[in-house]
Design a protein around this ligand. Structure first.
Ligand SMILES: NC(=O)c1ccc[n+]([C@@H]2O[C@H](COP(=O)([O-])OP(=O)(O)OC[C@H]3O[C@@H](n4cnc5c(N)ncnc54)[C@H](OP(=O)(O)O)[C@@H]3O)[C@@H](O)[C@H]2O)c1
Length: 218
């Protein structure tokens, strides 16, 4: 699948791009600046021995069949404003956690209750917005040797879009779990500060969430 990563020059973008490229997807790294997108794609490609394209965020959206947004919450609204006309009916995956530095270990409910609910309000009616990957450490994603034993909770109002995202999540070496409607992003986004607290308390590199009790047949 052609995947465009908006803000793909950053920490999460790097790990996602490399893992998806290694599993056979065509990945385009987007940036606010064309030159930075091109340079970071070349840098990550050389570092990890994969093939990547890069450019600006609009080009990433135009190229992609599925768009992933990986920007800090402080840049969330502005980023969606710049891409909203390039999205069309493509699935958009928002991984944003509305952290409020420096208090990143305590829950911050934004005005719209979740970054993903705010994102949907910035897009046209019928946009296929999915929220996922809030609990996956960029450091572990960027370590090709690391094998995950945690899950990715995936929510959104379009069941088929959730299934598509669960499928590409499995290509990262992670199990995706259908976590229901987009409103559930309030719970998913709120768990990240809890995990950041746990990381500090127990000196863990990247604590995660594992859902038990799901039948093997799923
Ligand atoms: N890091 C993690 O372990 C982790 C885990 C789970 C979820 N998340 C979430 O994933 C999102 C991205 O996290 P990240 O750690 O990848 O972020 P990051 O590295 O700090 O930034 C990602 C990219 O966002 C772009 N950007 C756009 N506007 C920006 C602004 N005003 N200030 C700074 N950067 C801006 C930059 O790309 P250009 O300059 O190229 O435009 C930057 O490379 C966040 O919402 C975070 O909560 C992160």
């Amino acid at each position: 699948m052609k995947i465009g990563i908006v803000g793909g020059t950053g920490r999460e973008g790097r790990g996602l791009a490399v893992r998806w490229a290694k599993s056979g997807h065509d990945v385009f790294i987007g940036s606010r600046q064309t030159e930075k997108g091109v340079a970071k794609a070349a840098e990550f490609a050389e570092e990890f021995g994969v093939s990547l394209q890069g450019g600006d965020n609009a080009s990433a959206c135009a190229y992609a069949e599925l768009i992933v947004v990986t920007v800090p919450y402080g840049a969330h609204r502005a980023t969606f404003e710049t891409i909203k006309d390039s999205v069309g009916e493509k699935i958009v995956v928002d991984i944003t956690v509305p952290l409020q530095p420096p208090k990143v270990r305590s829950v911050n409910l934004p005005e719209g209750k979740a970054a993903a609910l705010e994102a949907r309000s910035y897009l046209a009616d019928g946009a296929r917005l999915v929220a996922a990957l809030h609990h996956i450490s960029s450091e572990l994603l960027s370590d090709p040797e690391h094998q995950f034993d945690c899950d990715v909770l995936v929510c959104g109002d379009d069941k088929e879009a959730r299934a598509s995202v669960i499928s590409i999540v499995s290509d990262l070496g992670l199990r995706g779990v259908d976590a229901g409607v987009l409103k559930n992003a309030i719970a998913l986004e709120s768990l990240t500060p809890v995990l950041l607290h746990i990381n500090r308390r127990y000196k863990s590199e990247g604590s995660g969430i594992r859902v038990t009790g799901i039948p093997e047949t799923e």
